[in-house]
Design a protein around this ligand. Structure first.
Ligand code: PAF
Length: 287
């Protein structure tokens, strides 16, 4: 790639650069991340590069989306490695703001919140999480003046919420979802995978196996939510260090949770702690 990536740390500096780029008539693509980039993130950056004239990648571990007992302090970080990866994908800017730059008046004075969708599934066990996500993404969309913003389908609920947020607020940015990326053995890529012990790494495969088992049952004609959940649960429960937070079957567009009868289009979503590390995964049952 010929593009030289520049690092910007100040929100106002990014805003004035993207204003200039927009006035030049160029399209802007944004890839919001919390860093510790893996192949899933890089697939988003490449998609942004292919669709937009100017690409901004943000690398910010956002404090407002972590609960008091969550892993904000220990979330993996590696700025130099991130820079090299972003550069290799040809992005124009790597935005690494300080907390003060993104939250100049402190945290919590203004929130963006998508009601209902933000309180189910991951939102039920992580109160306030999606409010923090929607708030920081709104700031990033605003500062980057993005025409397109790219998010992975691994965070399926997050993607659904951000699409709803953009629609509700009349946001000019197109929110684009990109396919979940897995390791060759099926583990969904996540920055948190680095915290899995070798034993937990093996046990974590049960998430993918459970989803596949539910999907096979769905394809064989099972249309009962509890039975489909049982299939996934039975697989995950074979591993001793797993603690299921939720397994749900839902409408892929609205995330309406199904109990009992399941129609022909459905997605299964789950969150499981494996050896103490919280992982999420999902699979369309109908594809
Ligand atoms: O998916 C993530 O990494 C984060 O939730 C996001 C969208 C970058 C907001 O902090």
């Amino acid at each position: 790639m010929s593009n030289q990536t520049i690092i910007i740390r100040d929100a106002k500096e990014l805003a004035s650069l993207t204003k200039k780029i927009q006035h030049e008539g160029k399209s802007i693509g944004l890839v919001p991340t919390m860093g510790y980039l893996h192949e899933g993130h890089l697939s988003l950056i490449r998609a942004a590069r292919a669709k937009s004239d100017f690409v901004v990648v943000s690398d910010f571990v956002n404090p407002t989306q972590f609960g008091p007992n969550e892993d904000y302090a220990t979330y993996p970080r590696d700025e130099q490695a991130d820079f090299e990866k972003v550069q290799s994908c040809g992005a124009d800017v790597l935005f690494i703001p300080t907390v003060e730059s993104l939250y100049p008046n402190g945290q919590g004075s203004t929130w963006v919140e998508v009601q209902n969708l933000g309180n189910i599934l991951c939102g039920a066990t992580r109160p306030g999480h999606f409010r923090g996500v929607a708030t920081v993404v709104t700031k990033l969309l605003w500062l980057s003046r993005a025409d397109y913003a790219f998010f992975g389908e691994k965070d399926y609920q997050q993607l659904t919420i951000l699409k709803r947020m953009a629609a509700d607020l009349g946001c000019p940015t197109e929110i684009i979802g990109m396919p979940l990326v897995r390791e060759a053995d099926g583990l969904a890529l996540s920055s948190r995978n680095v915290r899995l012990s070798p034993e937990a790494r093996k046990q974590a495969l049960s998430l993918n196996h459970g989803l596949k088992r539910a999907s096979a049952a769905f394809k064989a004609g099972c249309r009962n939510a509890e039975k489909l959940i049982w299939e996934a649960q039975a697989e995950i429960a074979t591993e001793k260090d797993t603690e299921i937070q939720y397994i749900s079957v839902a409408n892929p567009d609205t995330l309406e949770i199904y109990n009992g009868d399941v129609p022909d289009q459905a997605i299964m979503l789950l969150a499981v702690k494996v050896g103490g590390v919280r992982l999420i995964d999902n699979m369309r049952l109908d594809k």
